[in-house]
Design a protein around this ligand. Structure first.
Ligand SMILES: Cc1cc2nc3c(=O)[nH]c(=O)nc-3n(C[C@H](O)[C@H](O)[C@H](O)COP(=O)(O)O)c2cc1C
Length: 187
């Protein structure tokens, strides 16, 4: 697959589309190595990842589901969503918590560090596409309390979860408005 095809083939693939095939550690290491080649201003390399498989993945799912239950008013609470959160963890081959480590000396603005982490996630996302692994970046409100699940370093925060699994089914097409509407050319 050339780079043009790879970029356009990348999709958000949800756990309902994953097969049961486990993701080998060596494959995850390859994906994470690619994540590490993202750009960052002053080479702060602010991306930090926590990889969950096996029992730890189910514990993370349980934490997210319980957080949802505790923080949702009764009138809005959905048992379906609670169970879906547990099921998503179960169906995934791995879940990677996406974290950002703020530079201790704050040599660059925080938004630049977040941008670098997003570049790093895109490296993983494209790597997954090339390996026939589906994944998607999930940002539930519970991630702001990730520190209650697992200790984070000073200045580190969780900005999402990458659910991953070998793709078992084709996903529907994604849509984009024309690039022409988002670009101004000057000559
Ligand atoms: C920073 C970020 C956060 C996202 N958070 C969520 C999310 O919480 N739930 C969700 O269903 N999709 C989430 N997505 C995926 C987008 O919904 C998805 O990328 C968009 O619909 C386009 O689909 P595509 O990725 O298949 O092209 C997120 C994507 C990004 C980049």
């Amino acid at each position: 697959m050339d780079i043009h095809q790879l970029i356009r083939k990348r999709r958000s693939v949800f756990p309902g589309f994953y097969s049961d095939k486990p993701i080998e550690r060596a494959v995850l290491e390859q994906i994470l190595e690619n994540a590490n080649w993202a750009p960052s201003h002053k080479l702060t390399e602010p991306w930090r990842y926590k990889v969950f498989q096996g029992d730890s993945k189910l514990k993370l799912g349980a934490f997210l589901a319980e957080w949802y239950k505790e923080h949702t008013p009764e009138a809005k609470y959905s048992e379906l969503k609670y169970n879906k959160t547990l099921k998503k963890a179960k169906r995934s081959g791995a879940i990677i918590a996406i974290c950002m480590q703020r530079d201790a000396e704050e040599r660059v603005p925080e938004w630049e560090e977040l941008a670098s982490v997003a570049c790093s996630v895109q490296n993983m996302w494209l790597s997954c596409t090339a390996l026939d692994i589906g994944c998607y970046w999930s940002t539930p409100k519970s991630i702001h309390d990730y520190g209650k699940f697992q200790k984070l370093e000073e200045g580190e925060r969780c900005i999402g979860l990458l659910y991953m699994g070998y793709q078992g089914q084709e996903v529907p097409d994604s849509k984009r408005g024309p690039i022409g509407d988002k670009v101004i050319w000057y000559e």
